[in-house]
Write a protein that binds this ligand. Structure first.
Ligand code: FAD
Length: 433
């Protein structure tokens, strides 16, 4: 059993960069080379063509969560009951959607600007359920989504089965106009490969903390060297605490996913030769599933709050969950058909909103993507670079106003509360994993 991400295996590696050694000087340091950090580096390079910009990552760049996610480009979230048109949360939903739509557009712009081949599809995707009781207020949700600019449509029974090639799902809202799908490892590798030459990247360089120097610069310490920079952008997502920022009110979650071999022509025809699709659950812990353009099935149906990373034997147990989820949808697929199984970390918050802040003079940070960091990370990278450069905009202001991740109790209360919440959510998602 290997922890090997199928998206990364298909995207291939970029040339290896050296780790940091000695003492380096920089105008700008970006810590973390995922979508957020790479987009921040691109924006800094665009805004400050003469500046020395350094990016570091503790592992290979572009191979963290940004490559390991499910590839949903989120412009429109599934609205909660409180957010339906006419309810008190609708105004907030409108603002959040305008940010998400801007974020989704930012992905299109990056793909076009850098010519990134990442199987980007403007197909929209489905909020689908196997138990129709898990999809409530359908008409009100469709009206709400349309009111904020989405295309939305309800599908049920045979019509839905034909679209997805499985009888598992009984009801869905298809939601388009901004919602899209892509191959995540190809997208983030495209961002990496397009970095201008003047941006220096150090890989396999873990930063263990930030220190203010007497001359006002900030020193970021690695194992075999350090970087002294005027300004630092911390783009560590689930690992933000490792930079010493401990009050972000976000917490890490570990998810796991599997990708099958491509379906044979016979299998594909037997399920009705559907177009590639993506399904999100209406429950936070329900499964995310995709049928990819090369006819593979991807399933992500575990998500857990953990203080230690999953071991390989624990991942093997998660893989059995993937097999069960696959068989519910495609009974002809079994454990032997899975080619890749992997884990990834995301950063969550209690309110579902991000942490996006000037931490102190010269230090800026973002975390708390809450599962929509493909689009939001792309936008946040640029906005964080703009905030640090003193460039304001109504969009930046709106992002900063919404950036209220919510209070978290201290440990061990947080651990206990999170475990209990996970149990409740797992029970609620029972029919949808
Ligand atoms: C399984 C899974 C499915 C998901 N599905 C979706 C989806 O469909 N759509 C969506 O929008 N979002 C999804 N997400 C969330 C999405 O992947 C993240 O929001 C997004 O990748 C965040 O990007 P980032 O650049 O902020 O963080 P990351 O990609 O996590 O990048 C942070 C980088 O920091 C590096 N790092 C960590 N510690 C240090 C250190 N001490 N020093 C130096 N570098 C360090 C890491 O190696 C990593 O490369 C999913 C996440 C997972 C795990």
């Amino acid at each position: 059993m290997e922890n090997r991400c199928g998206w990364i295996a298909q995207a291939g590696d970029s040339p290896l960069r050296d780790p940091l050694s000695g003492t380096q000087q920089a105008d700008w340091l970006v810590i973390g080379a995922g979508i957020t950090g790479l987009c921040a580096a691109h924006s800094l390079a665009e805004m400050h063509p003469q500046a020395r910009i350094v990016v570091v990552d503790r592992q290979r760049a572009a191979q963290g969560a940004s490559a390991r996610n499910s590839g949903f480009v989120v412009a429109h979230e599934h609205p909660a009951t409180s957010e339906l048109q006419g309810n008190t949360g609708f105004a907030g939903f409108q603002v959040d959607t305008s940010i998400s739509r801007a974020a989704s557009d930012e992905v299109r712009k990056r793909i076009a600007r850098h010519g990134i081949e990442c199987d980007f599809r403007e197909s929209g995707y489905f909020f689908a359920v196997s138990d129709p009781r898990k999809l409530t207020d359908v008409e009100a949700k469709i009206q709400t989504l349309r009111a904020v600019g989405a295309s939305a449509q309800c599908l049920q029974g045979e019509q839905l089965n034909r679209k997805l090639g499985t009888r598992h799902y009984q009801a869905a809202i298809w939601c388009g106009n901004g919602n899209a799908l892509l191959q995540p490892a190809k997208y983030v590798k495209g961002l990496l490969d397009a970095l201008p030459e003047k941006v220096t990247l150090y890989e396999n360089t873990e930063i263990s903390g930030l220190q203010r120097m007497s001359n006002g610069r900030i020193r970021a310490n690695g194992l075999h060297g350090c970087i002294e920079a005027k300004q630092v952008l911390v783009c560590l997502n689930a690992f933000v605490a490792r930079s010493g920022i401990r009050d972000s009110s976000t917490f890490p979650m570990e998810l796991s996913a599997s990708l099958t071999r491509p379906l044979t022509d016979q299998e594909f025809d037997a399920i009705g030769a559907p177009e590639p699709w993506g399904v999100l659950s209406t429950r936070p812990l329900g499964a995310t599933v995709r049928l990819t353009p090369d006819r593979r099935v991807m399933i992500r149906n575990t998500a857990e709050y953990r203080s230690h990373d999953l071991s390989l034997s624990e991942l093997a147990i998660r893989r059995q969950h993937h097999v069960l989820g696959l068989q519910r949808r495609f009974p002809m697929l079994g454990a032997q058909d899975i080619q890749y199984t992997w884990t990834g970390h995301l950063s969550a918050s209690r309110s579902g909103q991000a942490y996006f802040a000037k931490v102190q003079e010269g230090v800026f940070a973002v975390a708390g993507c809450n599962g929509s960091g493909v689009a939001r990370g792309t936008l946040w990278g640029r906005l964080l670079a703009e905030l640090a450069s003193g460039v304001g905009s109504p969009l930046l202001q709106s992002v900063m106003e919404r950036a209220q991740p919510g209070w978290l109790p201290p440990k061990p209360l947080l651990d206990i509360g999170a475990m209990l919440r996970m149990r409740v959510e797992t029970a609620r998602a029972r029919t949808e994993i």
